[in-house]
Design a protein around this ligand. Sequence first.
Ligand code: C5P
Length: 227
Amino acid sequence: MSSVWAVLVAAGRGERLGSKRPKAFAVLGGRPLLAESLERLDGIPRIERVVAVVPPKWEEPSILCAEEVGASKLTACIVGGETRTDSVRIGIGEVPQHADVILIHDAARPLLRRQIVDRLLGGLGEGYDGAVPGLPVADTIKRAPGGTVVETLDRSELVAAQTPQVFAAGALRRAFADADSCGTDCAALVERAGGRIRVVPGDPDLLKVTTPEDLAAIEQRLAREAR
Ligand code: C5P
């Protein structure tokens, strides 16, 4: 059985949420957004340990939050960087060399279910360096730099990638070794480094919090889950 460590990135400012607090501390169902992912990651048996990457000055509240939800797998809580890629790089640095697989998750996607982690871990191996959840795309996607369409993409080939994403630890470390590399998800860096990424079915409920409306939609789903 391979050793799976999780890195939970929660160091974003979340400016589009319009709150003074960082996004991971926006209130969802009466508690910080961060609590949801910490508790859920803790409850997934295949995950051995968790590293949380948080905004400057929010280490202590994060540790308290983990204690409150009984997230005993939290091993390190460290300050993130300027970009998501920087924060992931810092988080990976806290994962010990003996870990075989690293899972990266965004605190901004609180409704994490065990099934998706099982699907992702099942998708690794067989020559794959990583696995990501993908959802079909409903809209027609066009490339339009500067507002002029230069290409319309074939929708049947497109997926919208979510987190969590899982990677063979060595492949992820190599992809993040270049301090200048960046991307909007981790898989992009692994792809660029020559890695093969598998897509497994995503979870439509694993919504990402960007605006206050997203928080309201997720609260509704949480309430449905609790029923
Ligand atoms: O900004 P965005 O919503 O795309 O961020 C996705 C995730 O990455 C969030 O959970 C956020 O907290 C995290 N992040 C981070 N460090 C940054 C920027 C974003 O940990 N500098």
